[in-house]
Write a protein that binds this ligand. Sequence first.
Ligand code: AMP
Ligand code: MG
Length: 346
Amino acid sequence: MVSWRKKLSIFSLYGCLAFVAGCSSSPEQVSSEIFAMDTLISLDIWSDNGKAILKNCENYLYTLENEFSTTLETSEIYQANHNELEWSPVSESVGEVLVFSQEMYHKTKGAFDPSIYPIVKAWGFTQEKNRVPSQEEINVLLPYVDILAVDYVIETSDLYLPTGMELDFGSVAKGYAVDRLAQLLKEENVKTGMISLGGNIYTIGKKIDGSAWNIGIQNPYGGGVVGSVQVFDKAIITSGGYQRYFTQDDETYWHILDPRTGYPADSGLASVTIISDSGLYGDCLSTAFFVLGLEEAIAYYYEHQDFDAVFISTEGDIYITPSLNGVFQLTKSYTSGTVWVIPDEE
Ligand code: AMP
Ligand code: MG
């Protein structure tokens, strides 16, 4: 006869074995790579139902492309930019991004303005026929850059875009997309994953071994990374002149323009990486800070303190927000500049 004590210990042994077995069957890694939204997208998730979930993600990305693309003729933004009418039907997501962009326009004193498209086109950055427009041409187009003149009517989901104006959400759509994908994955109970839209990243949870993700920050002046940050559950978004540019008569012109002048931003920054809870916010900030430069970006940081950042100056120096001290690891072989920690207080 087995005593109750023994029965209990046999039961706990089985219980433990079942628990150990449960722990050892960690979810499977499933990956996908597609080209959409004008960039290479890679999705890596750990889930037992990963294939079906990734299919949903891919379909969702094509939906976003059909809403936000400036070059796809069927997209809502393309239609709004090209039809003769001032009112166009759009999805709620376009309305949401427009309203957020207007808020960010105010917060960044006009450095961030997605109605800059007529000037982006004049520089040939979308058609890949790059050219330097004349000052006269820029002067004619500048009055059409004014995101506050655009409107969205929530009740009917209609966009108001005055004649002559055109929108380009290229500076925010990827950040918006990583947020929405992360939300979709969390609703599907995915606890571990990494989303990358052309290097704009969202990390879901920690890695499967429980450690933080190690995300490299690209060297704007060559291959490789200047360093890396250890993060989890964050969006990591980078803007840099090196990402799209052309050279003419020994001058380099890049794709991030100062809406006040219509010329490529020349603020002394080579790249800006924002680490934040929201990819949409990070994407607006990275573009805006590239225009504003380090000093104004730091002033914004002191005022808001709701993100972390890695700034790389055109001289190669690296500036990090205080909480990245010890989190940012410099690549040993990077000797082109010094790492500076922005002080905690002004
Ligand atoms: P990002 O890589 O997120 O910084 O976005 C850069 C893209 O946004 C450019 O390729 C342009 O299409 C557009 N853009 C350029 N300058 C600005 C600006 N000042 N504000 C908003 N969008 C911009
Ligand atoms: Mg951006």
